[in-house]
Each structure stands twice: as C-alpha cells, then as structure tokens.
Design a protein around this ligand. Structure first.
Ligand SMILES: Nc1nc2c(ncn2[C@@H]2O[C@H](COP(=O)(O)OP(=O)(O)OP(=O)(O)O)[C@@H](O)[C@H]2O)c(=O)[nH]1
Ligand SMILES: [Mg+2]
Length: 300
C-alpha cells in the first residue's frame, strides 16, 4: 500500500485546517476566521482503499511576538522536516507576501516533495489567483522538489479530488502507520479542549482568543452521561470578565456550543463544567506552555 506523512503548511489563516477536514470528510481539527487558530501539530489519519495518508496539521508560520508564538512557529517548522510530502497553502485574496516567500525558502531547502496549493479560489478573482501563481512560482524557481501547482477551494470542495489523486500518486510504498479506526493521534482530552477553544475563537475578538488556553482536568463516565471539567486560562482579570460575560452569558454560550460538538464526538450525553482562571502572562511562561498546556510533546 501507499502511505506517508503529509505536512500541511503555510502562514496563518490560509485554510490548512479547513482543507484537512474537507479531505477527511469530517471535522477533526478546529477552524476559525482568526489567524493562529491552530497551535499544535495534529496528525489526522485518512484511509483510502489502497493508501493511508497522515495529514499533519500545523500552526501558521508567522513572526512570533512572545514565547508561546515562538513555540508555535517552531512546531510548524519542525513538522516540515522528515515528512514524505508537503502541501504548501497560499491565499490569493491576501496575496503572496514576504511571509509566504520565507516559508517557501524553508520548503525548498527541505527538498521534500511539495504540492503548491492555491486555496480559496471560490472567493478570489481570477486576477488574484493568477497573481498568486506567478509570485509563488517565482519563489520556487529552480526548486527540485516542486511536484505541481493545484488550485482548490477547501470550502466548496472544488478540485479536492485532483489534489487527493496527486497526493496518493506521489506517496511512497509504506506500512499502515495507524489503526484504521483512528482519526487522530491526539488524546481525547486534547480534542475536547480544542472544541472549547474553537468556540472562544468564534465568540470573542481582539486579543481575547489569543490570550486563552483550555485544559481539560477531568473526564468521568457517569451512569447516563460523561462529566467533563475544563479550565479556561486567561492572562488578566479583565479578560476573565469578558469570557464569563454579563450574568454569565458568554461562558454559557461557549459551554453550550462546545457541549454539542463534544456530544457529537463522543456520541454520548455530556455535562460540561467550565471554570475561568487567571494565569498571568501565561504566554511568556515556559512551565505553563510546556507542561500544563503540553506543548512539550509537540516539540519532541
Ligand atoms: N472562501 C474561502 N474561505 C476559506 C477556504 N478555506 C478556508 N477558508 C476560511 O479561511 C479561514 C481560516 O481557515 P483555517 O482553516 O482556520 O485556516 P488555517 O490555515 O488552519 O489557520 P491557522 O490555524 O490560524 O494557521 C476560515 O474562516 C475559513 O472558513 C476556501 O477555500 N474559501
Ligand atoms: Mg489551522
């Protein structure tokens, strides 16, 4: 059979996680309209008749502003090493910028077979797509590892079959890395914390989503439901007030939407208990980033 690890890379917000869910034909990783939604490396396992494709979701590569950002970028750049293939996504609406060119350089030097993916063609003008293609081609001039340029829409599904065929065609012969019934390499607690974090990204704005982290503290099977207790970390007291909201309205909304998604994931009834905690400047503190939030596993 054909099999391998395919890193999905690019700057923040280009649609990496959306593409992975579209290829998986189910929601595995979280998505939002705000940059820097993905913070971890998440292996998503896609089984076809004669192939196992491990799609590796990565944080968007950007200029980091704090320690936490530095780790996120490190995770993404590390994930570009020792993979079988890279899908490099660009966003023609935002255009190809210096940040894309810098990522292109890393990919070029890695020498890993790469498919260039121009995403969001449903919303971009033909001129924007053309311009993006010209600029990204320039960046990959003389590259030996460029397989093909494919234009897609992860949102509408346009051209995803062409992309899938190209991926499988270029994967090496290899073993089945994961059991067939496994969708991701991440533990349940992580998947649950991500679903909660996604709702915070959807419902809050400005610095709030980025100042937030979620840690699942308890998952207990009870007679007729699963009890889950999670802590939402914020950096300041004022942010705690915003997450809780007037009369607790915001935290209720986050909890209700997250619970629905978690129930779908577990196929069981869920009681979701959320607590908000102030962890001052957690994005600058190694012990919280690496141990409590668990980024240490991603950096190994
Ligand atoms: N119109 C359009 N929007 C898209 C498409 N793909 C993704 N998006 C939108 O782009 C935004 C970002 O999508 P994500 O999948 O979270 O992007 P990402 O690259 O994973 O972002 P980070 O995790 O922050 O690095 C969301 O609002 C998506 O709905 C597409 O093909 N067309
Ligand atoms: Mg993402």
């Amino acid at each position: 059979m054909k099999s391998g690890f395919v890193a999905v890379a690019g700057k923040p917000n280009v649609g990496k996680s959306t593409l992975i869910n579209a290829l998986m034909k189910k929601k595995v990783v979280i998505v939002s309209d705000k940059p820097q939604t993905t913070r971890n490396r998440v292996n998503c396992i896609l089984n076809t008749e004669n192939a196992q494709i491990v799609l590796v979701d990565t944080p968007g590569i950007h200029k980091p502003l704090h320690k936490f950002g530095e780790y996120m970028v490190k995770i993404a750049v590390n994930a570009l090493k020792s993979q079988d293939m890279v899908l490099f996504l660009v966003d023609p609406i935002d255009q190809v910028r210096e940040s894309d060119i810098n990522i292109a350089k890393i990919i070029k030097e890695s020498n890993i077979p790469t498919i260039l993916v121009i995403n969001k063609i449903d919303a971009a003008t033909p001129e924007q797509v053309q311009e993006a293609e010209t600029r990204i081609k320039e960046a990959f001039e003389n590259a030996k590892n460029l397989i093909e340029i494919i234009k897609i829409s992860a949102l509408t599904g346009e051209n995803l079959e062409v992309l899938m065929d190209k991926i499988i065609e270029n994967l090496p012969e290899g073993p089945q890395y994961y059991p067939e019934d496994m969708a991701t390499d991440r533990p349940l607690a992580f998947m649950i914390s991500e679903l909660i974090r996604e709702k915070i990204f959807h419902l809050t704005s400005e610095e709030i989503p980025h100042s937030t982290a979620v840690v699942v503290e308890e998952i207990t099977d009870k007679e007729d439901l699963v009890y889950i207790r999670a802590e939402i970390y914020v950096e300041r007291k004022s942010q705690k007030g915003i997450i809780i909201g007037q009369n607790g309205r915001m935290i209720k909304k986050i909890g209700m939407l997250a619970r629905k998604d978690i129930e779908a994931l577990l196929d069981d009834k869920v009681y979701l208990d959320l607590y908000v905690k102030v962890k001052e400047k957690w994005r600058k503190k190694d012990s919280i980033i690496l141990n409590t939030i668990g980024l240490k596993d991603d950096l190994e």
